[in-house]
Write a protein that binds this ligand. Structure first.
Ligand code: SF4
Ligand code: F3S
Length: 377
């Protein structure tokens, strides 16, 4: 992995310049330590790193997308994650938010790429059909632009399910031949931050991890950071007690729905989805889909549009569940599998503490990736 190229301006100076005081900054660092599943004491390490590191250059590309990841990122507030991150990073090219246009914008991108040591953030899938004609910018195909930008990059960070796995554009019948970045690029470290959209907290935490530790976060078998995708939604869901008790919403607006019972029978795909939505939530912890009374549709899993649909029917095509069975049977099976996973995880962590003296990680229900997330449980 190459070194980060330094831009002008210390991070701390930049934060002061946009009116973020030290207390707010430390609160931000503590929040990020939590997102990264680090002990609270690591907030100090993050603060020290962000005060001394210089801003890495970032090129943000958009291809077959709805710009939803950019929207999600910019809607963060209290304090604005976008403000903080835009000051932690030197965003040299971003089609949606940059003031420059045309040749001036292209020149900014070319200069950042020529310098090397930059991050490439990709939003949207890459169409391979018709020679890439379905997505061209300035006469170049998405693939050409991506290949050029990837040269000399520290890493490619895919934000959203489309750039991570192809997403909705790649759903059957996939008329444009859409694929994720990993299908067309090799030789550069790739981090996938899927979600429809990707959570701004996880985007920020990924960069902060790099700036703090000088390395990308540990990934699962699908290229997703374990801190954000290492645990199943079902295992951290506040409605889990109702699942285990056999208390299910039977139709929208019924008594169980009003009481906050489990949404499994209404199509919730939480048992098959790995994401930190229950703990981090969205819009600075305001709420999340299940908290709002809607089941999880598995938006951060590969092929979710094809494999997790119909969204209001229970897990019809998901490997491991087979044909329809009763929720109670699945409930017993899930409880057993989850208990085994907890036991194995707890045993391994206890051994690690004994051997190394390292403290336990705080995230409850976290399942270490063993490459078995396919099929889930
Ligand atoms: Fe929560 Fe869905 Fe699991 Fe029910 S099925 S406990 S709503 S994740
Ligand atoms: Fe997506 Fe499910 Fe989270 S739909 S936003 S992974 S709760």
């Amino acid at each position: 992995m190459g070194d980060v190229i330094l831009s002008e301006g210390m991070v701390d100076e930049g934060l002061s310049a946009i009116g973020i005081d030290r207390r707010t900054f430390l609160k931000f660092c503590a929040t990020l330590a939590g997102v990264l599943a680090l002990p609270p004491a690591f907030a100090r390490n993050i603060a020290e790193a962000l005060q001394t590191v210089r801003k890495p250059s970032l090129v943000w590309l958009e291809f077959q997308d709805c710009a939803g990841n950019t929207e999600s990122f910019l809607r963060a507030s209290n304090p604005s994650v976008a403000d903080l991150v835009l000051d932690i990073l030197s965003v040299d090219y971003h089609e949606t938010i940059m003031a420059a246009a045309g040749f001036q914008a292209e020149a900014a991108k070319d200069a950042a790429v020529a310098a090397g040591g930059h991050f490439v953030v990709v939003e949207g899938s890459i169409p391979r059909g018709q020679g890439g004609a379905y997505c061209t910018i300035g006469g170049k195909s998405a693939l050409q632009i991506l290949e050029e930008a990837a040269k000399g990059a520290v890493a490619i960070i895919n934000v959203g399910t489309c750039s991570s796995f192809g997403g909705i554009p790649a759903a059957a019948p996939n008329p444009t031949g859409a694929v994720g970045v990993s299908d067309v690029i090799s030789g550069v470290p790739i981090v996938n931050l899927p979600g429809c959209p990707s959570n701004a907290a996880n985007i920020t935490a990924t960069f902060v991890h790099y700036l703090t530790f000088g390395a990308l976060p540990a990934l699962d078998s699908k290229g997703r950071p374990l801190f954000a995708y290492g645990a199943r939604i079902h295992d951290n869901c506040p409605r889990r007690g109702h699942f285990d008790a056999g208390q299910f919403v039977q139709e929208w607006g019924d008594g169980g729905h009003r009481k906050g019972w489990c949404l499994y029978k209404m199509g919730c795909k939480g048992p098959q989805t790995f994401h930190n939505c229950p703990t981090v939530q969205w819009n600075d912890g305001t709420n999340w889909p299940i908290g709002a009374g809607h089941g999880c549709v598995g938006c951060s899993e590969p092929n979710f549009w094809d494999q997790m649909s119909p969204f209001y029917a229970r897990l019809p095509k998901v490997p491991g569940f087979g044909i329809e069975t009763t929720a109670d049977t699945i409930g017993l099976w899930l409880a057993g599998a989850t208990a085994a996973a907890f036991a194995a995880h707890g045993g391994a962590k206890a051994l690690q503490r004994k051997v190394t003296g390292t403290p336990p990680k705080p995230a409850s229900g976290r399942i270490e990736d063993d490459g078995s997330h396919e099929g889930g449980i």
